[in-house]
Design a protein around this ligand. Structure first.
Ligand code: SF4
Length: 196
């Protein structure tokens, strides 16, 4: 269920946001440029549900602090990523496509002409794939995909997240990426405690 009341949004850019820490730098940059932003959380890849909720709750802390409006579709779809047996590259492309398509659909629904994503701040994500997929989704929808390279601000964004006391996760989001994390035992233990 979408977490926002029915209302009109007067903004230029719908910014798909994966988590609070990754919003820190792009938000500050775009606000400094006087861009009229709306933040959109939709990350069905982030699992388990307790982790998805935790990242959204931390994002809310930051949007509140920065005075940004947030709409959220806090869905979690572990079944899609859980038993993925193709390559990591193909899995991540599918993951980008789902989130960017959902963001484009929301932009059309709200009459917002452009969209982008905070995934573009992370040096750990495949920027070329994100830009290619974003543009491919944007064109037929009559939208602009804003392919800003935010990566130079990644470290500063992480520093700001620490300063703001935000939760900084140590795996990308899907269950396969959790299994690959060096910290998986600690993460699973923390998640079990949160789920109680
Ligand atoms: S590693 Fe990250 S980008 Fe790739 S499928 Fe998992 S959650 Fe998505």
């Amino acid at each position: 269920m979408t977490e926002h009341a029915t209302k009109d949004y007067e903004c230029d850019l719908l910014l798909h946001t994966c988590c609070g820490p990754c919003l820190e730098w792009p938000a500050r940059l775009l606000l400094q440029e006087k861009q009229n932003l709306l933040i959109y959380y939709i990350n069905p890849n982030i699992q388990p549900a307790v982790e998805n909720k935790r990242r959204l709750e931390n994002l809310k802390i930051l949007t509140h602090k920065l005075g940004l409006e947030l709409i959220a579709d806090p869905i979690c779809q572990p079944e899609i990523w859980k038993n993925w047996d193709d390559s990591v590259e193909a899995r991540c492309r599918m993951c980008y496509r789902r989130r960017l398509q959902a963001t484009a659909d929301k932009a059309v629904e709200l009459g917002i002409p452009a969209f982008s994503t905070t995934l573009l701040v992370s040096p750990w994500q495949d920027r070329d794939a994100i830009v290619e997929i974003g543009n491919r989704i944007a064109r037929p929808a009559g939208l602009l995909f804003v392919d800003r390279d935010f990566r130079s601000g990644y470290r500063e964004g992480q520093r700001l997240a620490k300063e703001d006391g935000l939760y900084r996760q140590r795996y990308c989001g899907c269950l396969p990426s959790l299994e690959l994390s060096d910290f998986k035992e600690q993460i699973k233990s923390d998640q079990a405690a949160l789920a109680e």
